[in-house]
Write a protein that binds this ligand. Structure first.
Ligand SMILES: O=C(O)[C@H]1O[C@H](OP(=O)(O)OP(=O)(O)OC[C@H]2O[C@@H](n3ccc(=O)[nH]c3=O)[C@H](O)[C@@H]2O)[C@H](O)[C@@H](O)[C@@H]1O
Length: 429
């Protein structure tokens, strides 16, 4: 989820519907009956509004935002608490940010399935089709995960959530993703990846108990690093995009909160995650769409004419890495907003350890879709793309038990199956 703040959560003010009094109603009867009518219809409207505010949001609610989406109130708090309730004291209670996003929805479902309490939050912004996010939300709703429709920059909301639920963990997956979009909308990266993250850390450090935090960084922090495979020890001070720079900044900000407040924080550097329910802004997704439509696709090659490759990582492997990170996270040490001792601080690569050229990705898609792609080879744009990514995952293997098992063809087969079903409209999600 990205955090473009399009929405306000001003409490509804039914009191504003007070009937107006006419100073002339003693003179003219007609005026009198008119003002009575106005009075009664105002009461009626206020009553309807009151009922509407009290009514529980329907699980099959339309993707449109409604007054019922505003947060607060006893019914809302009950829903929040219920969703976050764990099945046993040894289970986790996790606040998942970006829960209606690609990785967020998968992680939320996995946690819920194994008995953890999960509360989601997402701002449903329009970076890509919100209808897909709403479809993921419906899946979550059916599984018993409530997704609060709000922006992480809303500090009062976050305080409220931590008041209602003593979260043991925060899985922070909300972000403005995408490498190339940063040229178009730089502010959205600051809003979501910097400001929202700080807001979340502020709320977490003041919470009692302080949760342990696991969050999504990115392989893009390696930027112009040319030493392969990328190890956590390699330099990450040469970002090639604003997106990468904000993720790197997030890692440094996380360190300062760990140092000052004793928050336990784990950053996960994801490597080009793909799979069912994925993000339509990513190449494998829109290549599939365009190939099926017979539209030309652009395949980037590096400035020296070489292939561009990615360490594409399947969503189920990433989910296992996220759960491994949550399960091995130590407790935060602070309380009352004050550090009581040193806290855990970790960074892991979560990749597949086998880079595949984009040309190969396209060949697999052509095979699975049984359609020849109309390809055009173009020089890689200079707006943030890097030539090559390749993860060294020995640290994640050692500490999280992380071991990816899905190769690109197997994973893309699952993606294509989902894609065809989802967009066939035969299944209603
Ligand atoms: O690993 C990561 O850290 C990042 O992975 C992806 O970024 P990227 O690998 O650039 O993914 P895509 O945008 O799907 O591009 C995949 C490959 O296709 C190439 N590409 C993209 C678009 C296009 O039209 N043609 C093309 O050849 C890109 O150069 C790249 O090599 C995600 O979009 C980021 O949010 C994430 O943080």
């Amino acid at each position: 989820m990205s955090q473009v703040n399009e929405h306000h959560h001003a409490p509804s003010t039914p009191g504003k519907l007070k009937p107006e009094k006419s100073p002339y109603n003693h003179r003219l009867r007609i005026h009198s009956s008119l003002s009575k009518l106005t009075l009664w219809s105002s009461f009626f409207l206020a009553f309807i509004l009151f009922l509407f505010i009290l009514s529980p949001p329907s699980p099959s609610a339309s993707p449109r935002r409604s007054l019922g989406d505003s947060w607060g109130g006893p019914h809302w708090e009950k829903r929040v608490a219920k969703s976050a309730r764990r099945s046993s004291p040894s289970s986790l209670s996790v606040l998942v940010t970006g829960a209606a996003g690609f990785v967020g929805s998968h992680v939320s479902l996995s946690l819920k399935r194994r008995g953890d309490g999960v509360l989601g939050i997402d701002n449903f912004n329009r970076y890509y089709d919100p209808a897909l996010k709403r479809a993921r939300q419906r899946l979550l709703d059916r599984a018993g995960v409530f997704v609060v429709d709000a922006d992480l920059n809303d500090a009062a909301l976050l305080r409220k959530l931590f008041d209602v639920v003593p979260f043991t963990h925060v899985m922070h997956l909300a972000a403005q993703a995408g490498v190339r979009y940063a040229m178009q909308n730089p502010q959205s990266y600051i809003h979501s990846n910097i400001a929202a993250f700080i807001n979340l850390l502020e709320a977490s450090k003041s919470a009692n108990p302080q949760p342990s935090i696991v969050w999504a960084s990115s392989s893009s922090v390696y930027g112009l690093n040319s030493k392969v495979p990328f190890s956590e020890k390699d330099r990450t001070d040469q970002p090639a995009s604003l997106y990468a720079a904000t993720k790197k900044a997030g890692e440094e900000i996380a360190h300062s909160y760990n140092h000052i407040y004793g928050l336990s924080i784990t950053g996960l550097r994801f490597f080009t995650v793909y799979g069912p329910w994925g993000r339509p802004d990513m190449a494998y997704f829109f290549f599939t769409k365009d190939i099926l439509k017979g539209k030309q696709i652009a395949i980037f090659e590096s400035p020296d004419g070489g292939t561009v490759a990615r360490d594409f990582t399947y969503i189920d492997d990433i989910v296992k890495g996220c759960l491994g990170a949550l399960d091995t996270a130590k407790k935060s040490t602070g309380s009352g907003g004050k550090k009581k001792g040193p806290a855990q601080f970790r960074v892991f690569n979560l990749g597949n350890t086998s880079p595949v050229p984009v040309t190969e990705l396209v060949a697999i898609l052509e095979k699975l879709l049984k359609v020849k792609a109309k390809k055009k080879v173009l020089p890689m744009p200079t707006n943030g793309d890097v030539k090559f990514t390749h993860a060294n995952i020995s640290l994640a293997h050692r500490d999280l038990g992380y071991r990816p098992t899905t190769d690109l063809e197997t994973g893309l087969r699952k993606f294509v199956k989902w894609y065809l079903e989802f967009y066939s409209k035969k299944t209603s999600w």
